[in-house]
Design a protein around this ligand. Structure first.
Ligand code: ADP
Ligand code: ASP
Ligand code: MG
Length: 436
């Protein structure tokens, strides 16, 4: 067939038993050649993720406080994995080395990356594979974007026979310091490896049977999606469908390398195939949503006639170094939707600046908003989609705070109170699940 890149998520690598299942999957096809592991994830809902503990370790140590607690939990977790797999690896020396570096760097990147680094070493040993440190071969440029020369450098390093293990989640800056991708970023590493090695398929192994029409934690037993396009997937993952990081489609999209989402704990399930094009069966393929948004509403009569009004608004956001997500407008109103973690505590200051710059007192900050994306290629030219969506929300007693529809006509976004998020997703799901 041709080489396959396999990324295994944290939930697929949470303990030794999981890693044994991963080895069975890898060995069941000679095409599975490039393995990209995450750090160990949660073994049960109340467990801790190794990456979270490493970030905590860094922040406690940086404050000069006692970080022995996270260090102990991490050490024990890795010791037990090594013991379960019965491999020869001096895990204590590895952790001692990490401990010595805990306060070396201002940012948490180096510490955060060590979960993938160690898990990569363990898995390479267990699979008898070559370990490739992405700190040397996945390169960022000065601005923190992936340097395209990575593809050649990494591709060359991954030539030859046998299996290769490339830990996910990190690379290095031009000065050699370690930099991580955003959280969930091992998916991006998998995609980079697939492209660098010209793999025919990028398998992304996780803990669900595939991409579902809605998050199984919100809608019980949701319909599985057999096939979805890169673009549809990006719209959904950007809005909270965490199965695959939204940025991970870019390296493979240009070359049309399909991504196959599969379940490590149920490998025979067909999974979801992510492709360039598909023929849609119904108008909606998925619904995703998340809380953590704020909205700034600006009202001013005849703002539509005022030259440069939008520019004034955006210049204020620019001065406060705040990135925005959506900007729905009316004749006399303009709203800006911003993620809370981007806005921080700057909201009231921005409101005051906007009042002055836009010469209106009617500027309001609304917090506690959730955004929901209803996505599907089949929505294009399909009559009645919006009517059905808003009827479903009205019947569920949801107050819609804001609406935005991209010109692509494949995504309708609605803003609701955070407390209405799950109810809204369930209502939209029920309205569209059987509409073919
Ligand atoms: P991994 O550790 O493999 O990277 P993640 O936790 O990042 O796994 O992603 C898998 C999780 O994504 C699932 O456990 C599920 O709860 C969640 N999820 C959110 N939206 C969806 C969806 N639409 N379909 C399937 N899973 C979803
Ligand atoms: N371990 C990293 C995280 O927890 C990256 C990943 O799992 O993809 O975000
Ligand atoms: Mg993930």
């Amino acid at each position: 067939m041709g080489a396959i890149t396999c990324k295994f998520g944290g939930t697929s690598l949470a303990d030794g038993e999981c890693i044994k299942k991963v080895a069975d999957i890898v060995h069941s096809s000679p095409d599975r050649k490039y393995i990209v592991p995450s750090a160990p994830g949660k073994r049960h809902p109340n467990d801790k993720k190794i990456t979270d503990l490493l970030i905590l370790w860094h922040s406690i140590a940086k404050e000069g406080l006692d970080s022995s607690e996270p260090e102990k939990i991490i050490r024990e977790r890795f010791r037990s994995i090594v013991a379960e797999l019965k491999i020869e690896l001096d895990i204590d020396s590895e952790i001692d080395e990490i401990a010595n570096s805990a306060t070396l760097y201002e940012t948490p990147d180096f510490m955060a990356s060590r979960g993938e680094y160690l898990n990569g070493k363990i898995i390479a040993k267990y699979l008898n594979a070559t370990f490739i440190d992405p700190g040397k071969y996945i390169l960022f440029d000065e601005t923190g974007n992936l340097d395209p020369k990575t593809y050649n450098i990494l591709g060359e390093k991954l030539q030859g026979s046998g299996l290769f293990v490339v830990p996910g989640f990190y690379g290095s800056m031009p000065d050699g310091s370690i930099k991580t991708f955003p959280r969930g970023g091992s998916d991006i590493t998998g995609s980079i490896v697939a492209r660098a090695t010209k793999s025919v398929l990028y398998e992304n192994w996780t803990d669900v049977d595939g991409f579902c029409m809605a998050d199984p934690k919100i809608v019980p037993n949701p319909k599985k999606i057999e096939e979805i396009t890169y673009q549809e997937l990006r719209e959904l993952s950007y809005m909270g469908a965490t199965v695959l990081h939204d940025e991970s489609i870019f390296p493979v999209m240009e070359f049309g390398i399909p991504i196959h989402i599969k379940n490590t704990h149920n490998p025979s399930a067909p999974g979801t195939l992510i492709v360039k094009n598909r023929v849609p069966k119904g108008p909606v393929c998925g619904i995703a949503g998340m809380g953590g948004f704020s909205m700034i509403n600006i009202e001013k009569t005849f703002m539509n006639k005022e030259r440069g009004f939008g520019l004034k608004v955006l210049s204020v956001l620019d001065e406060y170094d705040v990135r925005w997500e959506h900007m729905p407008t009316g004749i006399d109103t303009l709203s800006i939707i911003i993620r809370n973690n981007e806005l921080g505590s700057k909201g009231p200051l921005i409101v005051e600046s906007l009042k002055k710059r836009c010469d209106t007192q009617d500027v309001y900050l609304i917090r506690g908003l959730a955004m929901i994306a209803t996505v599907g290629l089949g929505m294009n030219h399909h009559i009645g989609v919006a009517a059905r969506l808003f009827t479903a929300l009205a019947n569920a007693g949801v107050n819609v705070r804001v609406i935005d529809q991209g010109s692509s006509e494949m995504n309708i976004l609605v803003g609701v109170e955070e407390s209405d998020l799950e109810k809204s997703i369930r209502a939209i799901y029920e309205a569209f699940v059987d509409w073919e």
